[in-house]
Design a protein around this ligand. Sequence first.
Ligand SMILES: [Zn+2]
Length: 144
Amino acid sequence: MENRDKNAIPVREDLLTRPLYPLEEVRLVGSRCGDCNEVMLGKTLSCSNCAGENMTEIPLSKTGKLWTYTIIRHRPPGQYRGPDPFVPFAEGLVELPDGIRVLSVLDCDIEKVKIGMDLELLVHELYTNGQGQTVVAFKFKAAE
Ligand SMILES: [Zn+2]
């Protein structure tokens, strides 16, 4: 378990809580501004709303509601890590009770995606990089 964690990295630094295993216990990291109360995704040193530096790191809620979404029907440019050949998928803004909307891939049938649907965080292994490290990412799936 410990070795697994040493060989894993988050897809973006300061985005996920540590340790990365078990994956089910990982949460998204947010930062709350002590001056204006704005919540941001990831660990940040200053507030993007008021430029204050009174930031506190908080684990974000694992559940949210779909605020809006789009269906991606063409392979995104750059280093896309999804299935090959490309399969269309949904991407949406997930509104968390913490007062933040997070852009995320939605792991559900694109015919069943609905604004307002209940979603929950799904932390998963995305791929293995050139150094043999497991890259851990997140998406949201329909809540059970
Ligand atoms: Zn602020």
